[in-house]
Design a binder for this molecule. Structure first.
Ligand code: HEM
Ligand code: HEM
Length: 190
C-alpha cells in the first residue's frame, strides 16, 4: 500500500494517523470523565498524568496530520452524493480537525494557568503556554468540558455517516480508510 493518498484511497500514513488518533481520543474521553468522577486519590492523580501525557501526544499527532493533509490531497468523494451530503462531510471533517486541536490546547491552558508542571510520560517537560491565572483556568476548564461533548456529538454523526456509506450506499468510503481492504470500485485497486 502506498504511503501517500491516491485519488481512490487514503494512503498508509493517513490511515495510521486516523485510526491511532481515533483510538487515543476515545481513551482520552473515558480517562477524562473517569478521573473527574473520582475523589482526590493517587489513582486520580495517576489517571490525570496519563490523560495529560497522552493528550499532548494527540496534539502532536494532530499537528502532523494537519500538515500531512495540507500537502496530500484527499481522495475524491464518490459521485452521486447530494450537495448537502458533500457539505456535511466537509463540515464534520474540518470540524473534527478544529475540535481535536482545540481540545488538547485548552487542556494545556488549564494546566499552565493552574501552574502545574507538565511532563509527557516522564520523557520530557513541556513549558507553560500561559502564566498562572485562576480566571483563565476556570474558563479553559469550561471550554474543555463543552468541547468534549461537542466532539462526542460530531463523532456520532461521523460514525453514522461512515456506516451508512458502507451498509446502505455500499460505496468505498469506509473501505478506502481500512488497510488491505479491496475496493468495490471498478479499478479494483488495493
Ligand atoms: C475518535 C474517533 C474518530 C475521529 C477523531 C475521526 C476523525 C476523522 C477525520 C478528521 C476525518 C477526515 C480526514 C481528512 O479529511 O483528512 C476522518 C475520515 C474518515 N473517518 Fe474518522 N474519525 C474517528 C472515528 C471513525 C470511525 C469509528 C470510523 C468508522 C466507523 C471512521 C471512518 C472514517 C472514514 C471512512 C473516513 C474517510 C472519509 C472519506 O474518505 O471521505 N472514523 N475521520
Ligand atoms: C484529545 C485530547 C483530550 C480529550 C479528548 C480530553 C478530554 C477530557 C474530558 C472528557 C475531561 C472531563 C471533563 C469534565 O468532566 O468536565 C477532561 C478533563 C481534564 N483534562 Fe482533558 N482532554 C484532552 C486533552 C487534555 C490535555 C492535553 C490536558 C493537559 C495538558 C488535559 C487536562 C485536563 C484537565 C486538567 C482536566 C480536569 C478538569 C478540568 O479542570 O476541566 N486534557 N479532559
Amino acid at each position: 500500500m502506498q504511503i501517500r493518498n491516491t485519488r481512490q484511497r487514503w494512503g498508509a500514513a493517513a490511515q495510521l494517523l486516523h485510526w491511532s488518533i481515533a483510538a487515543a481520543v476515545l481513551v482520552m474521553l473515558g480517562l477524562g470523565w473517569w478521573a473527574e468522577s473520582l475523589g482526590y486519590s493517587k489513582l486520580k492523580v495517576d489517571l490525570f498524568w496519563v490523560h495529560k501525557s497522552l493528550g499532548m501526544l494527540v496534539l502532536a499527532a494532530m499537528t502532523l496530520r494537519l500538515l500531512w493533509r495540507l500537502t496530500n490531497p484527499a481522495p475524491a468523494l464518490p459521485g452521486g452524493l447530494k450537495a448537502w451530503e458533500r457539505g456535511a462531510a466537509h463540515v464534520t471533517h474540518y470540524g473534527l480537525y478544529v475540535l481535536l486541536l482545540a481540545m488538547p490546547l485548552s487542556g494545556w491552558v488549564i494546566n499552565s494557568a493552574a501552574n502545574f508542571p507538565l511532563s509527557v510520560f516522564g520523557w520530557f517537560e513541556v513549558p507553560a503556554i500561559v502564566g498562572p491565572d485562576d480566571d483563565l483556568k476556570s474558563l479553559a476548564s469550561d471550554v474543555h468540558g463543552v468541547l468534549a461533548w461537542t466532539i462526542v456529538g460530531v463523532l456520532v454523526l461521523h460514525v453514522a455517516a461512515a456506516l451508512k456509506h458502507h451498509f446502505v450506499l455500499r460505496d468505498d468510503v469506509l473501505r478506502r480508510m481500512l488497510p488491505g481492504v479491496r475496493l468495490r470500485g471498478s479499478d479494483g485497486e488495493i
